[in-house]
Design a protein around this ligand. Structure first.
Ligand SMILES: [Zn+2]
Ligand SMILES: [Zn+2]
Length: 321
């Protein structure tokens, strides 16, 4: 099959757009979508200057999503002195898995000459995910602890680095799955929070439960295309799944979404465009009346309770019943 834009051989076919693209036109189309998203979400602040640049912290796990995001942000802003990139990696204490992906992070940031920082659950919380998975006092899936700890560290270090923005590599599939999960759970406040925390134009978001705003510039790019981009550009991404991964509900939604997309190409895109519109309305409605956040008695993080979720989990892990 031939590329729809030139005479080269096509390397991919996107059912949702009908396009066949060669390697060159495909990689350019991914980059174009990421740059358009950065523009449309208004991520580059008007007052950023070469003398006083904006600091963007990228959550870099070493998986294909965050590696592709880091590469494209570097290619976009390396010659633009208004933006300074910092890559932040987290070691969860998962033997074998995380060490290999940190090698990928090191290789990438060294080749791009980006500042790279690594923080660990062991140093920050005295917790390793391998131990949590074995002895689970709250009886949750390991991913639930890990998500809380990861969000805490990303927020805290984004603040410590005086970041203007915290960027993560969530792709279209991730976001459409989260949207569908929030719908199915019927939790409109959660939908409002998701919007405030990471979706839509920065200046349209209302009150947030963390200080550094989030952005997901890869969220228009399907997972398969992120993987193909990493492969074609020969990026040092680490592919293996986390050995503790077992988010049962998300797994079901993933399978459902693959089937829907197969039978009705474009489903993920239409879920997201509807979801963002609804989420903006919900955020508006909740923004005025939502309870304001106080500070955690232990760590000072913003929380609606006395003690934040992260501190409660660390405590539960320290004193198993
Ligand atoms: Zn082409
Ligand atoms: Zn706390």
């Amino acid at each position: 099959m031939q590329c729809d834009k030139c005479s080269a051989e096509a390397v991919m076919h996107a059912a949702y757009s009908g396009l066949h693209l060669c390697a060159d036109h495909f990689t350019r189309s991914v980059e174009k979508r990421v740059r358009r998203r950065i523009r449309e979400d208004g991520l580059v602040p008007d007052d950023a200057t070469p003398e006083d640049p904006a600091t963007w912290v990228i959550g870099l796990s070493g998986g294909k999503d965050s590696v592709v995001l880091t590469q494209i942000l570097h290619d976009t802003f390396a010659m633009d002195p208004r933006i300074e990139l910092v890559a932040l990696s987290i070691h969860e204490g998962i033997e074998g898995y995380r060490d290999k992906s940190l090698d990928a992070c090191e290789a990438l940031t060294a080749s791009l000459d980006i500042r790279h920082e690594t923080v660990s659950y062991a140093e920050e919380f005295g917790v390793r995910m391998d131990d949590v998975a074995e002895d689970d006092p709250e009886n949750m899936a390991p991913c639930a602890y890990c998500g809380v700890f990861r969000r805490d560290l990303l927020s805290r270090y984004a603040e410590a680095f005086d970041a203007d923005l915290m960027l993560t590599g969530h792709n279209l599939d991730d976001e459409a799955e989260t949207a569908l999960m929030n719908f199915l759970e019927g939790d409109v406040e959660q939908i409002a929070k998701h919007f405030d925390a990471s979706l839509g134009p920065l200046d349209e978001r209302t009150e947030q439960d963390h200080h550094v705003p989030r952005a997901k510039p890869l969220r228009d790019v399907p997972e398969k295309e992120v993987a193909l981009y990493a492969q074609l550009e020969d990026l040092p991404a680490h592919i293996t799944e986390c050995p503790h991964a077992e988010e049962a509900f998300r797994g079901e939604i993933q399978r459902l979404m693959l089937d829907l997309e197969e039978d009705h190409p474009g489903t993920r895109h239409s879920i997201m465009s509807g979801y963002e519109e609804l989420a903006a309305l919900a955020a508006d409605a909740y923004g005025g009346g939502r309870q304001s956040y106080g500070e955690c008695e232990r760590c000072g993080a913003p929380t609606a309770r006395d003690i934040c979720r992260k501190c409660a989990l660390v405590e539960a892990l320290e004193e198993p019943e």
